[in-house]
Write a protein that binds this ligand. Structure first.
Ligand code: ATP
Length: 268
């Protein structure tokens, strides 16, 4: 990865207004192929809105999103998925009446058939089953394949959500707070799994409040505050910036992670 590498995702001058509120205010950043980029910022900074404007859930007021040099502007969500975007949501909502594996197989089938209904009819197809099994293995829950999602702890459901996104075979995986609600041991383990998926070649944008884990696994960070990009760079560069410490309540939140900027950078 170097400065000359063409961006996989290019976000340019993105603006999202809700009435008089600028949730995202002129934000630009690139995602380079192969990187694990952390998108961080305090509550209400605009992270989820920015993510939604990339996936097409929210229509931006202005700005441009390009994937592999192709503009996604005005493109519906399902077409963006076909172009290679996959989003793993913060709230885990599996289909409760079918197995863990079928949940992932359904995602794989929907990608191939373009419809969840057709995908259901294709559930027995071996290709989708193989894709589903592979995705479960990559997130470490292959043993849960034939269990029902309703009885699983949050740690397994969070991994299932990531597996469903992986089954879409994306070029870019967008993860919205995958560690939220997990205890520190579970969060550490899932963060390590995300880092491993990245090492295997998947380009990832990670929205996350757990700064200790973000600093441990991300190569680069983009920091938002009040809708604006206030910093970007390596975890060490970013956390050394007074504006970033000020955004996080004068640095308290960073201190609470128990990770110094230097330690985070050393692990990244
Ligand atoms: N659909 C909406 N309508 C009106 N305002 C919204 C909407 N969605 C988000 N906002 C506002 O936009 C701002 C940014 O919210 P957003 O959820 O993107 O921030 P965030 O950084 O993801 O926050 P958090 O970390 O708490 O999830 C907030 O002030 C929020 O209240």
């Amino acid at each position: 990865m170097n400065a000359a590498t063409p961006a996989l995702l290019q976000v340019s001058n993105m603006v999202v207004r809700f009435g008089g509120l600028s949730a995202v205010a002129d934000v630009s950043f690139d995602v380079i192929p192969g990187e694990l980029l952390g998108l961080i910022g305090p509550n209400g900074a605009g992270k989820t809105t920015l993510m939604r404007s990339i996936t097409g859930v929210v229509r931006p007021t202005s700005g441009d999103v390009q994937l592999n040099g192709e503009s996604l502007n005005g493109m519906p969500i399902h077409k963006r998925i076909r172009k290679g975007l996959a989003l793993s949501q913060q709230l885990v909502k599996p289909f409760r009446g079918i197995s863990v594996l079928d949940n992932v197989t359904l995602a794989a089938g929907a990608e191939r058939t373009g419809s969840a209904l057709k995908a259901l009819l294709h559930l027995s197809q071996t290709t989708e089953n193989e894709i589903g099994r592979e995705a479960l293995a990559r997130v470490g829950i292959a043993d849960y394949a034939h269990q029902m999602p309703g009885i699983q702890p949050l740690g397994v459901l969070k991994r299932l959500e990531v597996a469903r996104a992986l089954a879409l075979k994306p070029k870019l995986l967008l993860l919205d707070e995958p560690l939220a609600g997990l205890n520190s041991k579970e969060a550490h383990a899932l963060a390590s799994t995300i880092a491993e998926i990245n090492r295997q070649g998947m380009t990832i944008v990670l929205i996350e409040h757990n700064l200790g884990e973000v600093m441990r696994i991300c190569q680069r960070l983009v920091v938002l505050d009040n809708g604006r990009k206030i910093a970007s760079g390596t975890p060490r560069e970013v956390m050394d910036q007074p504006a970033v410490r000020a955004a996080y309540l004068g640095g308290d939140t960073i201190a609470e992670t128990g990770v110094s900027a230097a330690t985070g950078a050393a692990h990244a």
